[in-house]
Design a protein around this ligand. Structure first.
Ligand SMILES: C[S@@+](CC[C@H](N)C(=O)[O-])C[C@H]1O[C@@H](n2cnc3c(N)ncnc32)[C@H](O)[C@@H]1O
Length: 396
């Protein structure tokens, strides 16, 4: 009988019986896939099933996920200030001539959508595209309860990208939830896959496609050209090959648009830093972070940091112009974080004011989310000014 309990040594809370049974069903499905594939699958396929297997994957099933009852908190869950600042940026783009329509990828609990619609009631429409059918239902329930009927009716849930989109595209913490390949530096690069041995998932060598190895060699070559040296033997890290198809499809859909990708991540020199020998893969189970993706499949989130240089390259190759890359803290401050905090605090009780100061700190301080999270801004067929990006990396 396959077992989901791979948690030895991690000191994680123990799931209840129903959760274990759920995870066991997903383990069975992954083991079956491994067997059908001759004993090993790529880690990207494992991660895809662990997160998105219909009815069973972490994002597809009806677990709490976000907030105190879930496994992690994202910026819109921490504070409305995040959405209010983004709304200021959206409003500034609209004033300059961008269409007043928003398309949000992966809307989570729906909080960012509510924050933006409440700040900008004159938006023409707000569309949501999420891979998770369960989250979509939850977004519908919570947004119907929170918003006026007039605002709620501006929201449309999409099954696929619109054919021609004009407006502003938002993706907060979406790219970190895209499946990655894992590569290890031996004499050359090799890919690591997932097998099942002695009732446990295990890392096994996996026959990589030529394009996967080539992409990793190019990254190392670029490091060497910058004088950063080759990566050490036994070094392993992630490689995300989803940016390109995702951005290519988005570019095809966008006619005149601005795209804001917000996530934790690095530029390539930091991402593939010689001292980060085990990559950036991080799993979250009930607010404990660890690095073992084989623990409780379906019950924990699995993520990898975003390689913003790879993302910018993919965007450019797809026909977007790169407006810039900036740390989240700077982006929010430039979009009125302190004014919004003052507005929200108003003449509220000291405890409420303290909570707002703590939210400002969490969102913007370098040692909190301020530096680790970044904003990559792209434009298609527009040349709008974005002063909030001015102090960041320009590209091009
Ligand atoms: C970490 S959650 C972030 C949720 C939300 N944006 C927030 O900040 O709270 C990742 C979300 O991205 C969605 N997702 C991942 N890949 C996606 C894709 N290619 N298209 C649309 N949604 C995607 C997941 O279903 C999930 O809702």
């Amino acid at each position: 009988m396959p077992s989901p309990d791979n948690s030895q040594g991690l000191d994680l809370p123990v799931p209840d019986e129903a959760a274990i049974a759920h995870s066991t069903r997903l383990v069975n499905a992954i083991v079956e896939c491994i067997e059908q594939s001759g004993g090993v699958i790529g880690f990207d396929e494992y991660m895809h099933m662990a997160l998105y297997e219909p009815g069973l994957g972490y994002y597809s099933a009806s677990l709490p996920k976000f907030g105190a009852q879930g496994d992690f908190v994202t910026a819109p869950e921490i504070s409305g200030l995040f959405g209010y600042c983004l709304a200021r940026q959206v409003s500034d783009l609209i004033v300059q001539g961008c269409a007043a329509d928003v398309l949000e990828f992966g809307a989570g609990s729906g909080k960012l959508c509510a924050q933006i619609l409440e700040s900008l009631p004159a938006l023409a429409s707000y569309r949501i595209l999420d891979l998770s059918a369960d989250l979509r239902q939850r977004q519908q329930r919570s947004l119907r309860a929170r918003l006026s009927a007039e605002l709620f009716h501006k929201i449309e849930w999409l099954d696929r990208l619109p054919r021609e989109f004009d407006g502003i595209v938002l993706a907060n913490e979406v790219l970190d939830a895209m499946p990655v390949h894992i590569l290890s530096r031996q004499d050359d690069w090799v890919e690591l896959g997932v097998g099942y041995r002695a009732q446990r998932f295990a890392w096994l060598p996996f026959e990589a496609e030529a394009a996967t190895l080539e992409a990793m060699r190019r990254i190392e070559m670029r490091r060497m050209e910058r004088g950063l040296g080759a990566l050490p033997r036994d070094y392993s890290s992630e490689l995300n090959l989803n940016y390109r198809p995702w951005l290519a499809a988005l570019a095809q859909s966008c006619r005149r648009a601005v795209v804001l990708i917000i996530d934790y991540g690095y530029e390539q020199a930091q991402y593939y830093h010689a001292e980060r020998r085990r990559g950036t893969l991080t799993c979250y189970y009930q607010h404990r972070a660890h690095a073992d993706p084989f623990v409780y499949p379906g019950l924990q989130d699995i993520t990898a940091f975003v390689d913003f240089d790879a993302c910018a390259d993919a965007a450019e190759a797809s026909g977007f112009d790169i407006t810039g890359l900036i740390e989240q803290g700077q982006f929010l401050l430039a979009n009125g974080l302190l004014d919004e905090a003052q507005r929200c605090a108003g003449d509220s009780e000291p405890m409420a004011q303290l909570a707002i100061s703590q939210q400002v700190a969490k969102l913007s301080l370098p040692q909190e989310m301020g530096e680790k999270f970044k904003v990559l801004a792209l434009q298609k067929n527009l040349e709008l000014e974005m002063p909030a990006l001015q102090r960041g990396r320009a590209y091009g």
